[in-house]
Structure formats: structure tokens, C-alpha cells
Design a protein around this ligand. Sequence first.
Ligand code: F0G
Length: 384
Amino acid sequence: MTTLSNFRCISCSKEYKIHEIRYLCDCGDLLEVIHDLQSSISNPDLWKKSLDNKMQQTAFLRYQNILFPSLPLDSIISLHEGDTPLYDVSDQFPEFGSFKLKHEGINPTLSFKDRGMVAGVSWAHHLDCQHVICASTGDTSAAMAAYAGYAKNMQGIVLLPNGKISPEQLSQAISYGSLTIGIETDFDDCMRLVQELTRKHNIYLLNSMNSIRIEGQKAIGIELLHQLNWEVPDWIIIPVGNAGNISALGKGLRELFKLGIIDKLPRLAGIQTEAASPLYESFKNSYANLIPQKAKSTKASAIQIGNPVSFNKAIKELKKFNGVVEIVSEIELMDWKAQIDSLGISICPNSSVAVSGAMKLRDNEIIKSDDDVVVILTAHGSKF
Ligand code: F0G
């Protein structure tokens, strides 16, 4: 079997073997997965052309040699995630050069989490892990439960903050067969608990601090660029909670750039709510260290997170992409949810955080009138 990948610490660069079950470096910081991509993709034009013959495959398989080449094909647990629509709504929003919405809510469990879970659960399957666990604000748990259910011989366990996720999200984890535990606390505390549990017991952790999941999530940005015929937009805008998705987006785009598949990088904007804004506070203070918050109640309940686990990764990516972080109010996000829904595109309140952030950045002229903008919609409206 080919082993083209290793774990590497994002701060001290210490490397670990990919088959080790490990989420953090000995120094305490996050790990990322590094691959010898050049050896599998030496010619960017040939690689792009090779995709023409792979359009019948699932997105994960199509892009696998850039996502996670070390995963054996016979371990893949896929529910046909990906190939999500990219809606061009530029006519409705002439204040931008162009305005497009990549709808990750059109995935098997109705959120972008399926993209990472295909990598995470497949790797768990490959490692023969019988128990997988996550803390969640409702979408990670739905995705993990579905993929663990599909894997067979794998029991999912989810820890949820009681009363803080939608009934639709809750019913997903339960009906897909995961042991679903509501705890009288918030997401950040559930996250602390799963880390403690996986230290003590033989249970595989599938939150985005598991960097294998991040590799699967890179597919969102790669598929987007493919849909854009590798023409890089000026901005990609994304809602931020635990900060895994923005980290994955950045990593995937940097890898495309390094391989010569794209010729420039976009700018990234991460959007939070006034109720939970730790990344924004850091950004505003020249990327100061994380000051954890007690996240307040918000309609964008999936990003009600005060202590984002992937904070250090997100900051690194934002700096590399000349990024910005903005916050929006409850009224702004619900107003934009209504407006996008009325176009026939059903979005969740977390996705509308990103849409309203785009509008705010345009109003403040950080986004210019001729800029090409893509907003990542992270889940479907019917989940909330
Ligand atoms: N949008 C939705 C719909 C989400 O469910 C999440 C995160 C995010 C955005 C933020 O992504 O955490 O990578 O910055 N949901 C996690 C969960 C925390 O448990 O479902 P992030």
C-alpha cells in the first residue's frame, strides 16, 4: 500500500506516521496532513484533463489523489456526497462583479460535513475502529452518524449540547443509529468531553481537530475551482464556528496553487455572529491569541462556538490569503436568509451569516464593485 502522507505539527513541524491514532502534536498544537502530491500530480494540465474521464465518479474519488492519496480505495465509505450546485445569482446582485453561491446543503445529510466525513469514517474503517465519536452543534453528528451507519460494524457516539440544536438535526443522529447523548452544557464543553473520552478509551474522534477530516473537506474548494474552470474568484466567503472548514478551504487552495493547477489565490473572508465572535476579536486585534468566549444564543446555532478548536489553523490560513473576518447581527443574518430563500435557494441561518457578511464587506468597500465573489452555503434550510 502506498503511504504518501504524514501528520505534521502546524507549529513545531514534528512529523508522525499517518497510521498513528493521534489528533495533536506532543507540543499540544494541531496536526495537519502533508502529502507527497508532486509525485502523484507532476503535470497540472494532464491532471485537469484526467478529470474529464472521472465525472461519473463521486467527487471524493475524482479528486482523491489531491485529497488523501494514502486512503486505500477499498476502504472508502461514500454516500455520494459532493457535486453540489454553484448558483450564479449575479443578476440579482449587480453590486458585485459576479456573485455565486456554492450550496453544500445539497449533500446526503444536507450539510458540508459529509465532505470531511467520507475521509474521516473511511480512515476509521481502514484502521478498523469500531467506535467513533464527536461533539456537535448538529451537523457533524448527523454526518458522522450516517457514514458510521453505512460503514457497518461501526458504532457512532455523539455528544450534543442539550436544547441547542434543531430537532431535525437531532433526529438525524438518532435515526442513523448513533448513541446520542444530550448534555446540559454548551458545545465547547462537549468538545472538551470528547477529547477526554478519546484519551481514556479506544474511541476514534471525528471532530475537525482530526486532520484526516480536513483533507476530505478540501474537496469543497477544489470542486468549486473545477466548476469555475480553474478561474480563481477574488473572494471566497464562509461562515466560521469551530474553524475547521476555513482551514480546509485554505489548505486545499494552497495545494492547488503549489501544484500549478491555479495561478493565484483568492482572498478569504470568515464570517461570525455578534453572539460568538472569537476569531473576529482576534482579527481585529492584529490576530491576537484566542480569548475563549461564552457563546451567546443565536439563530446560527451551528456556529455558536466560543472556543474554536481549529483557531490556530484558521489564523494561519487567513494570513496566507490576505483574509478578513467580519461579524453580523441576528437581524442581518435572518434578513439575508429570507432574501436567499425567496430566490428558491433554501439556506440555513449559518449560511446566511456568510451571505450577510459578503453584503457588509461590499457596503464597507472591502469587496469592490467588480470583484468576483463566491459564498459557501454550508447547510440546507430544512435542517433548521
Ligand atoms: N455552517 C454549518 C451549517 C455548520 O454546521 C458549521 C459547523 C459551520 C458552518 C462552521 O464550520 O466549525 O468548520 O467553522 N458545525 C459543527 C458541527 C461545529 O458540530 O456540526 P466550522
